[in-house]
Design a protein around this ligand. Structure first.
Ligand code: MN
Length: 459
């Protein structure tokens, strides 16, 4: 299957190489930024003029404007969902999301590069950045050196979440990256912040798996480390001795088992991590997971361009700006959590929810919902919904649930899409984490319908 995908990538590459001026349209998140940077750099290296645009979604007016530009347009990390609306645009699509079914014949078109066309799961096997990369290396072998960005995109898309390792075409990319000497995969703690967070903070903010009694509680994390004999808890994970690392892992496993979260959680502690060998150890750019988070915090606050610059190799001022945005992002999360803890979480049938109004930004309400779900404030066995006001006067609803509920049939993406649709909004995402935009004042109705939908999924 990979060989025939590469054949398609080469066909697209040949077409792109004939162009003089290409417009790139990409998704505004870590995967989209990495994908856009790969596309841009590969065009620049060929001396092809280009422009780039970051979008949240391809709504009708955005598509109309792109059509009016009249340029060859390379969509990355989006496009497949609206393929039936793109007539009149000279397009290339490199997207891993589910294609628009109404697209019918249009879907089977050499300009449409999407793993679903090959019957391959785009949620695990390849990201938007990965697809852009396969085209880029077909444009020029030189572009193999962007395997790091392809994996940053895959990580930002949580493609390794299901099995704690990268799968499918991502593995082909890892192999190329290894040959090029720019990345390596090792088995290690999967927690976020191995390179940049003091160990107790890493534990405090852990959410996959979360640690009952530790997640969300700083002092508990500090005393846990003292109790198991790890001193200097300000140290980062990468600064620990091998024996100390072993000790921490085995004590965390013990804790999970003692609290009744046996195998399903402890098996997620250690897994594959992808390190970028050209980046400095101890920075946000060494581990693809941290790199992706850095990019996300530029995108969330309207500075996707800054993230893209970092991907393109510019550091200094851009890196400084991005780390400031990340710090600001962390502060927003901390104050958001405090707000929810103070206000409390309400129950609604099978669900639990909080309504943050203007107190939490719509771009972080999902993260906060996820942390609350696993903290003492939330019930650990009910999907959680966080509401926040959006700038345009609509409401953002973010939902999070747990792996055991997904195993029992819960699919938040489907449920949120269906309910938001009925209220005149939009929704979607993943089984375990999804979002929706709904008209203001429909929150109660939303909860009522979503509760019913989740109950249906469980039977
Ligand atoms: Mn993506």
């Amino acid at each position: 299957m990979f060989a025939s995908a590469m054949k398609s990538a080469r066909k697209i590459a040949e077409a792109l190489k004939r162009e003089r001026d290409v417009h790139i349209v990409t998704h505004i998140d870590a995967d989209g930024i990495s994908a856009g940077a790969i596309a841009k750099k590969s065009l620049e290296r060929e001396g092809i003029e280009n422009t780039i645009q970051f979008v949240k979604q391809l709504d009708d007016s955005t598509i109309e404007k792109i059509r009016d530009m009249g340029k060859v347009t390379w969509f990355t990390d989006l496009g497949s969902g609206v393929i039936s609306k793109l007539d009149g645009i000279d397009y290339i699509i490199a997207d891993h999301h589910m294609p628009d079914i109404e697209g019918g014949k249009r879907m089977l078109n050499w300009r449409h590069f999407n793993p679903h066309v090959y019957g391959i799961d785009g949620g695990k096997a390849i990201s938007g950045a990965g697809l852009a990369y396969l085209i880029a290396i077909s444009i020029n072998k030189k572009n193999k050196d962007m395997a790091d960005l392809a994996m940053v995109g895959a990580s930002g898309d949580l493609q390794d979440a299901a099995s704690c390792k990268f799968e499918g075409w991502n593995r082909n990319i890892i192999e190329i990256g290894k040959e090029e000497g720019i990345l390596d995969v090792v088995r290690d703690l999967r927690m976020f912040g191995r390179h940049t967070r003091p160990l107790y903070k890493l534990l405090q903010y852990a959410d996959d798996p979360f640690f009952p009694g530790l997640t969300g509680r700083e002092s508990a994390c500090l005393s846990f480390l003292r109790r198991i004999g790890i001193d200097k808890e300000e140290r980062k994970w990468i600064e620990l001795e091998y024996e100390e690392k072993k000790k921490v892992v085995s004590e965390l496993v013990k804790l999970l088992i003692a609290k009744g979260f046996g195998n399903s959680f402890s098996s997620r502690l250690v897994g594959e991590v992808c390190e970028l060998k050209r980046e400095k150890i101890g920075t946000e750019l060494r581990d693809v997971k941290e790199y992706a988070t850095l990019l996300n915090s530029t995108a969330r606050y309207g500075y996707a361009e800054v993230g893209m610059r970092i991907c393109m190799g510019d550091r200094d001022e851009y890196f400084k700006k991005a780390t400031e945005l990340l710090k600001n992002h962390r502060r927003n999360i901390v104050s958001g959590i405090q707000f929810v803890k103070k206000e409390g979480v309400q129950e609604y049938g099978m669900l639990q929810y909080f309504n943050a109004g203007n107190h939490i930004r719509d771009t972080v309400v999902g993260i906060i919902a996820g942390i609350i779900l696993h903290s003492r404030e939330g019930k650990n066995d009910a999907p959680i919904i966080g509401f926040a006001n959006k700038e345009g006067g609509e409401i953002k609803a973010s939902a999070r649930t747990t792996a055991p509920l997904v195993n029992r049939g819960v699919d938040l993406s489907k449920a949120m899409q269906k309910v938001a649709d009925r209220l005149g909004g939009t929704g979607g995402g993943h089984e375990m984490a999804a979002g929706a935009t709904i008209p203001r004042g429909t929150e109660d109705e939303f909860l009522k319908m979503l509760d019913k939908e989740i109950r249906n999924q469980l039977t």
